[in-house]
Design a protein around this ligand. Structure first.
Ligand code: BES
Ligand code: ZN
Ligand code: ZN
Length: 502
């Protein structure tokens, strides 16, 4: 199955496509009109043609149905035979929609059409970036995870036709590549730990490497222990499903710069002997979202071929309590020799990442970016949707936040205050894995990781604890469950490093 997700939605771009096209539904935009009850169809030739076919009554019809044009709103309108499509979905764009507003509108509209086969998307996009946003929103909205359902399910839309300038074909192709990677990451996050062990993840990475031409190297539990990867070994030792360290590499011909990506891959985080409460523990199937994003990004990078070498490390383990599990007070030796006193086995992400960061630095990268569902404190600080970005260099932090923003993912820069380091002092080892300081838990975790990045190596850390998994009702192009967070950002970072702006 490889890179192919549960459902595959095809996409095409057609400058001739209009309201007379043989489709099941047409998606148009609506913006607020001059008065509160005068919604206006988003400007698009196909929307104009639809209006003509409806006798010029499209705006009046939408207004009668209560459409106001505000972002997030969906209004359904039957065509009653006026055009081949039976249904029009008018997606609210808000006033002055930007690319993200278009992406969300396309996503919400296409998701609402699950069960329908072929859809024409005629949203008002001008230029390459907006066309890409419409295409990517539509594809990201056409996602459903149905692997474990045996009853009737409504399949997502199978075929999307974007009505737009065929001069933007490359943008639509980029959207397709990114959406395919995001779907892969969503699938991995949604797959329950009963069906996704560290070795299952590694096997998937191997399969994708074979499909895309990436180089792959996988260390098993014996190689990890013998190689001195004490963090991954310690976290994984309580589980019947042994740990893995996956390394993927993309080589760009002639490239002189190297980007290293590092992902936290805990296929299930029970907390270990520092057991989590039962309430919400199921959420922890998503604790490999960082590793998923690294795998998804590398798959996209292999297809988009930016002019930069990219290596990806995925530190995979299952954090379980058992007779062989690590104990609070155990000391382990991270790859490279630093010792860590494990005072709380639930602060396991930083232990597996420490090994992987030290290993990644051996590749002599110009930039290391790690991604992890690392702390509950990230949710306290930034909420469920905004990624926390920390770095050992102000320009790197700002560049990463800018890359995320351009990729359409919410991210915010956070500090790594030097005074937090002493809270990690341990009476027996080089440092402890939790702090005596109660506040700023997201930053403390960042300060811990910073210890494992060699001086002079530029590094950024993305805490995606909230953004990785969506527990509420779907919105825009974001479904319930795995979101694929950070995947598009990592690809953008690779492109920015290739372009020399990061
Ligand atoms: N995987 C969790 C962090 C997490 C929490 C992710 C909620 C997604 C949603 C991580 O391993 C963890 O348990 N962190 C602890 C650290 C603490 C013991 C210092 C936390 O945040 O409570
Ligand atoms: Zn944990
Ligand atoms: Zn965790």
């Amino acid at each position: 199955m490889g890179l192919t997700s549960t459902h595959v939605t095809s996409i095409s771009l057609d400058s001739e496509a209009s309201a007379d096209l043989d489709v099941d539904a047409i998606v148009i935009g609506v913006t607020p009109g001059d008065t509160a009850d005068a919604a206006r169809p988003g400007a698009h030739p196909a929307a104009d043609a639809l209006d003509a076919a409806l006798g010029g009554r499209l705006a009046a019809g939408l207004t009668a149905l209560g459409a106001t044009g505000k972002a997030g709103e969906l209004t359904r309108l039957p065509t009653l035979g006026a055009v081949p499509a039976r249904l029009v979905v008018a997606a609210g764009l808000g006033a002055d929609p930007d690319a993200e507003a278009l992406r969300r509108a396309a996503g919400a509209a296409v998701r609402s059409l699950a069960g329908v086969r072929r859809v024409l998307v005629a949203l008002p996009a001008s230029g390459a970036a907006e066309t890409e946003a419409v295409a990517s929103g539509a594809l990201l909205g056409a996602y459903a995870f149905t692997t474990f359902r045996t009853g009737e399910t409504k399949d997502p839309v199978a075929e999307i036709v974007v009505a737009g300038d065929t001069g933007h074909a490359a943008s639509v192709e980029r959207a397709r590549i990114l959406a395919r990677s995001v779907a892969l990451v969503r699938d991995l996050v949604n797959t329950p730990p009963s069906h996704l062990s560290p070795d299952d993840f590694a096997a998937k990475a191997r399969e994708i490497a074979a499909e895309t031409g990436l180089a792959v190297e996988i260390l098993d539990e014996r190689e990890l222990a013998e190689g001195g990867f004490g963090g991954i070994t310690g976290v994984g030792q309580g589980s019947a499903n042994p740990p893995r360290l996956v390394r993927l590499a993309y080589t760009a011909p002639g490239a002189t710069r190297t980007l290293a990506l590092v992902g936290k891959g805990i296929t299930f985080d029970s907390g270990g002997l520092s057991l989590k409460p039962a309430e919400g523990m199921d959420w922890m199937k998503s604790d490999m979202g960082g590793a998923g994003a690294v795998l998804g990004a590398l798959a996209a990078i292999a297809a988009l071929k930016p002019a930069v070498n990219v290596v990806g490390y995925m530190a995979m383990a299952e954090n379980m309590p058992s007779g062989t599990a690590q104990r609070p007070s155990d000391v382990l030796t991270i790859y490279g020799g630093t010792t860590v006193e494990v005072l709380n086995t639930d602060a396991e992400g930083r232990l597996v990442l420490a090994d992987a960061l030290v290993r990644a630095a051996e590749d002599d990268p110009d930039l290391i970016v790690d991604v992890a569902t690392l702390t509950g404190a990230q949710l306290v600080a930034l909420g469920t949707r905004t990624t926390g970005v920390m770095a050992n260099d102000d320009a790197v932090r700002e560049g990463v936040v800018a890359a995320a923003t351009r990729a359409g993912e919410a991210a915010w820069g956070m500090p790594l205050p030097a005074e937090l380091r002493k809270g990690l002092d341990s009476p027996v080892a080089d440092l402890a894995n939790i702090s005596g300081e109660r506040w700023g838990g997201m930053l403390v975790a960042g300060v811990f990781l910073k210890e494992f990045v060699p001086d002079g190596v530029r590094w950024a850390h993305l805490d995606i604890a909230g953004p990785s998994f969506h527990r509420g009702e779907p919105y825009g192009y974001t479904p319930k469950g795995g979101t694929g967070a950070a995947t598009r950002t990592l690809v953008q970072i690779a492109e920015d490093v290739a372009a020399g702006i990061l």
